[in-house]
Design a protein around this ligand. Structure first.
Ligand SMILES: [Zn+2]
Length: 274
């Protein structure tokens, strides 16, 4: 309730609409709540000693805001994708910096609207080793559930979950795939569910939640270091959008990104035989 009041000024939804947990949950102690139900747990992954970790610069980019009005989707609570992704990037950056394993560069700050080309040049200039861009998704099927001053607000509670996107083309393709799979596996390990899939836009990678871009997205093919996009959640999902405002979700997410980049950047060497 508190989260709802802090994050939205839209009318309070009916209780029946708000809860995904059936009445059974109260009586049956064996019932496990399923994400994004409010009491579905997530795990923060344990930090591994970063032995063999190469010097690593992580470039974090919030999607959209690449020109006037280019703000991405509008979520079920009226939240704007460019702002949500920026906030999530800043929360992720703070946690990664606290860990101290990587140099962290935030590519877009509040009030900035750099072009995609400028972002790529910036990542090159700072010597980024990995380029991670955050978005939220807006998956259907959508139905109108409210109106705001700008018009109808759409909702879909039937397709929660994360997606990690990469481009398999060119010499960087295998490296992008390896990075995307590390991130996908780490996100799965926290308990976040994978997006069930797409029609046409992306093909499924063997790792659930990881997808191969068929749209030729610029940020997945142009950067000169391995780049991926993480669609953190479905902005049209009522509860999932709220869960991504929670510290616990951001902690789990950051632990997954840290662990994945650590694994990706760890130089493996043969154990000396004695
Ligand atoms: Zn987007």
């Amino acid at each position: 309730m508190l989260v709802w009041m802090l994050t939205s000024c839209a009318p309070m939804p009916a209780a029946a609409e708000r809860s995904r947990v059936p009445e059974l949950a109260v009586e049956d102690p064996g019932f496990a709540a399923v994400w994004p139900a409010p009491d579905a747990p997530l795990d923060v992954l344990p930090t591994t000693a970063p032995r063999g970790l190469a010097d690593t610069t992580v470039y974090l980019m919030a999607g959209h805001a690449n020109g006037p009005g280019k703000d991405g989707n509008k979520g079920v609570h009226g939240q704007i994708e460019a702002e949500v992704s920026l906030w999530t990037v800043e929360e992720l950056a703070r946690r990664l910096e606290a860990l101290g394993w990587f140099e962290v560069i935030v590519g877009r700050r509040a009030g900035e609207r750099p072009s995609y080309g400028a972002r790529i040049r910036h990542a090159e200039r700072v010597g980024a080793d990995v380029f991670i861009e955050l978005h939220t998704d807006a998956r259907g099927p959508l139905h109108v559930w409210a109106t705001d001053p700008e018009g109808e607000v759409y909702r879909n509670d039937g397709s929660p979950g994360f997606s990690v996107l990469y481009n398999e083309g060119g010499p960087l393709g295998p490296e992008r795939q390896r990075l995307a799979q590390e991130v996908g596996n780490a996100l799965l390990a926290t308990g976040l569910p994978p997006c069930p899939g797409y029609v046409d836009l992306y093909d499924a990678d063997p790792v659930p939640g990881v997808f191969i871009d068929r749209r030729g997205l610029m940020m997945l093919r142009r950067p000169t270091m391995p780049s991926i996009i993480i669609e953190t959640h479905n902005a049209k999902d009522f509860e999932e959008s709220l869960r991504w405002r929670e510290e616990g979700t951001l902690d789990a997410f950051a632990s997954a990104v840290a662990e994945a980049v650590r694994a990706y950047r760890t130089v493996t060497s043969e154990e000396p035989t004695r």
